[in-house]
Design a protein around this ligand. Structure first.
Ligand SMILES: [Zn+2]
Length: 421
């Protein structure tokens, strides 16, 4: 009996969160540039992890933001977001919302609660939208940034205000960096992904038409300065104010939607989280053998905030015949399998600083699912419990989930981690 109770006590200790390494709120510009491949990468070497430039190994990225509240447009935007499945980001002037001074245009807090509940991201465009924040006293700018952030967080549950758009593109990045993970300017170019200034990102003014979208996908455009390969693979962020030509804008949205296999269409906050994790990620190989590929992945960012999965691609050993499963920290993680010519690949989700990533050959047995019925429940625990302490020769259906021949605490942790899934 004691032998079976002990693991529960130990697991309570093992599951305590571990915070390790740097815990940055935002990534300084003074850093090594992320190497941007000209095209999608298919690594030749077996088992060598490749960090994809954009989530899902997409070719380029795109975000839509709306500045200055513009409540009259909300119904249309939310209809578009539902039709084309994207997350709009509202950079909100907070002062008027909190004072309820112009509810028909600025909205009131209950409006923003509804907007967030239906899939919008509510972020800060300061309290008063002062276009001279770069020359105002420090204390005033601190107040613009911190007060707007605190009010959004207090009034809009279920999300966090972690990003800022500078009024008129003007502000104090040094002060913004004390409160926000990223901040958006209005310099109208796509963001070249090699070394983005995360505290002053670029944004086109309402331009998501083919001239801009083709630039980030093909390096071609009807606009001469965008008609250049230098914009390929970039992140196109745009900021709207009022929309008066809905049908035209919907045409642009439909064009983007038709290219989704190439474009990661994500909220501002998701791109800036992903981007800073990617830019600061390091991978340490643990094992690269015919039976197991394992590595650790870490980054420099704050683990409480930066928890967007990166996409890791690696070539599988030929002997695995394109069948593999992946876990991180002992729990199942999302992955897809792909073939390129006669080579097999896995693309998997990995969150930096969340434990070792392991890839094993074979079809998808769910970790901890001893009886292979698709869930991890008490039946599986009973199988593991019956064989607990077996030193060698144990099989999956006896609870040897890590395939090392024994049934021990390591196996129990895998079951415990996946219990109820
Ligand atoms: Zn504005």
């Amino acid at each position: 009996m004691g032998r079976h109770l002990m693991p529960f006590v130990l697991v309570a200790v093992l599951c305590a969160p571990v915070v390790a390494g740097e815990q940055l709120l935002n990534l300084p510009l003074d850093r090594t540039a992320f190497p941007v491949p000209a095209d999608i990468v298919w690594p030749q070497a077996v088992g060598e992890p490749h960090i994809c430039l954009w989530y899902g190994d997409k070719f380029a990225a795109l975000s839509i933001t709306i500045d200055d509240n513009w409540k009259p447009d909300w119904a249309w935007w939310m209809q578009m977001a539902e039709t084309y499945d994207f997350t709009p980001t509202w950079f909100t002037i907070v002062g008027g919302v909190d004072a309820q001074s112009n509810p028909g245009f600025s909205g009131v807090w209950s409006d923003f609660v509804a907007l967030a509940a239906s899939g919008g991201s509510i972020q800060s465009h300061t309290m008063t939208h002062n276009c001279s924040d770069d020359t105002r006293p420090d204390a005033d700018v601190h107040w613009e940034y911190s007060r707007s952030q605190a009010l959004i967080d207090a009034n809009v549950p279920g999300q966090r205000c972690l990003t800022l758009a500078y009024p008129c593109g003007v502000g104090r990045p040094d002060i913004a960096a004390q409160y926000f993970i990223a901040a958006r300017g209005v310099h109208g170019t796509p963001n070249k992904p090699g070394r983005i200034n995360w505290m002053m990102t670029d944004s086109s003014s309402g331009r998501i038409d083919a001239d801009f979208v083709n630039a980030i996908l093909y390096g071609t455009s009807g606009i001469s300065w965008l008609n250049s390969p230098q914009w390929k693979r970039a992140w196109l962020c745009t900021h709207y104010h009022g929309v008066s030509d809905e049908a035209v804008q919907e045409g642009h949205l439909a064009y983007i939607d038709s290219l989704r296999h190439l474009i990661w269409w994500a909220s501002f906050i998701d791109v800036v989280r992903f981007g800073q994790q990617r830019d600061s990620a390091t991978i340490t190989m643990v094992e690269n053998s015919e039976s197991r590929i394992a590595f650790d992945i870490s980054d420099r960012m704050n683990d409480q905030i930066f928890d967007h999965p990166l996409t890791i691609k690696l070539r599988l050993p030929d002997a695995w015949e394109g069948a593999a499963t992946a876990t991180q920290g002992g729990a199942a993680t999302s992955f897809t399998l792909a073939a390129q010519g006669d080579r097999d690949y896995i693309l998997l989700d990995a969150i930096p600083d969340r434990g070792p990533v392991e890839i094993r050959p074979g079809s998808a047995d769910k970790p901890g699912d001893a009886d292979r019925d698709g869930d991890v429940d008490l039946d599986d625990f009973v199988l593991l419990k019956t064989s607990f302490g077996t030193l060698s020769g144990a099989a999956w259906d006896q609870g040897d989930f890590d395939a090392d021949g024994d049934v021990d605490l390591d196996d129990f942790v895998i079951l415990k981690t996946n219990f109820g899934r």
